[in-house]
Design a protein around this ligand. Structure first.
Ligand SMILES: [Zn+2]
Length: 282
């Protein structure tokens, strides 16, 4: 389920204006270092078009709910699904969809996550798609790396940059979490670290044995700032899960253990032992 609260406030104000003035582009490139906010913003736009509630989008009505849970016939998401790249086979169906009219609303939405991973063939297929005149389709490419998007594709999109706001928000969150400004500046590889921490969290939840292997890798040679960052991300993920019925219990358990990890770190237990404790206790 996509969480509309993660949509970027600055960008949705901009898109809302465009919507009200009938100036929505037929293709966007959302450049977002973490992509999460870009994806939520793309879904926000689809909901803005199709919401039947009073305050659009409310995220609550039947249309919004179906869009956000990936069950709306006019909203398509192309994503990696564990693969290394986005292939032409994943783009071709969109081309077929382009010829059809929207099933329910006035527009269809093609959302492409990790657009930097499109293969050359997929890029070319996409190019065709973007050249198609006036079909009622909004294509939204979301990427963390603008330079990896083919210039010919880029030039056919309206580009929105998310990074400043996202990074500012993140920096604020980290300050609140207790990192100093120096420590935040030291986090040069936070994107990769965050990704790996997300994998670890998933593995812990699934009681995957690989979690212990990852812990050993993740705990290796980490500065105090990086350790705090890893714990920060784990807590953030657990807090998100806490809001969902299905994951509430496991999230509460993980949060409990994370509080213990903090105490262990404070009494100079090695970071690796703290994370081992988390995985093994869970
Ligand atoms: Zn709605």
């Amino acid at each position: 389920m996509i969480d509309l609260k993660k949509a970027d406030q600055h960008q949705i104000t901009f898109l809302n204006d465009a919507y009200q003035n009938k100036k929505i582009a037929h293709a966007y490139l959302f450049v977002d270092p973490i992509q999460e906010s870009g994806i939520a913003t793309a879904y926000w736009l689809a909901c803005r078009f199709m919401c039947t509630g009073e305050k659009k989008p409310d995220g609550q009505c039947n249309n919004c709910q179906r869009i956000l849970s990936g069950n709306h016939p006019d909203v398509f998401l192309v994503k990696l699904d564990g693969k290394q790249s986005l292939s032409i086979e994943q783009i071709r169906p969109l081309k077929a969809e382009l010829a059809k009219s929207p099933v329910e609303g006035t527009h269809r939405f093609f959302i492409i996550e990790n657009a930097e991973k499109l293969t050359l063939a997929a890029n070319n297929a996409l190019l065709n798609l973007l050249e198609e005149p006036v079909a009622p389709v909004v294509t939204i490419l979301v990427t963390n790396n603008e330079s990896k998007i083919l210039p010919t594709v880029r030039s056919r999109t309206q580009i929105l940059h998310f990074e400043e706001e996202v990074q500012d928000n993140r920096a604020l969150e980290l300050l609140e979490y207790g990192l100093s400004n120096e420590e935040i500046a030291d986090l040069t590889n936070s994107e990769k670290l965050e990704q790996e921490t997300k994998y670890l969290y998933q593995e812990i939840k699934e009681k995957d044995n690989f979690a212990l292997v990852r812990v050993h890798h993740l705990a290796e040679n980490k500065s105090s700032a990086e350790q705090k960052f890893i714990l920060f991300i784990l807590k953030k993920l657990a807090l998100t899960d806490l809001e969902q019925d299905l994951t509430r219990q496991s999230a509460a358990r993980i949060l409990d253990l994370l509080v213990h990890c903090d105490q262990m770190r404070a009494s100079n237990v090695s970071f690796r032992n703290c994370l081992d404790y988390l995985v093994l206790k869970y």
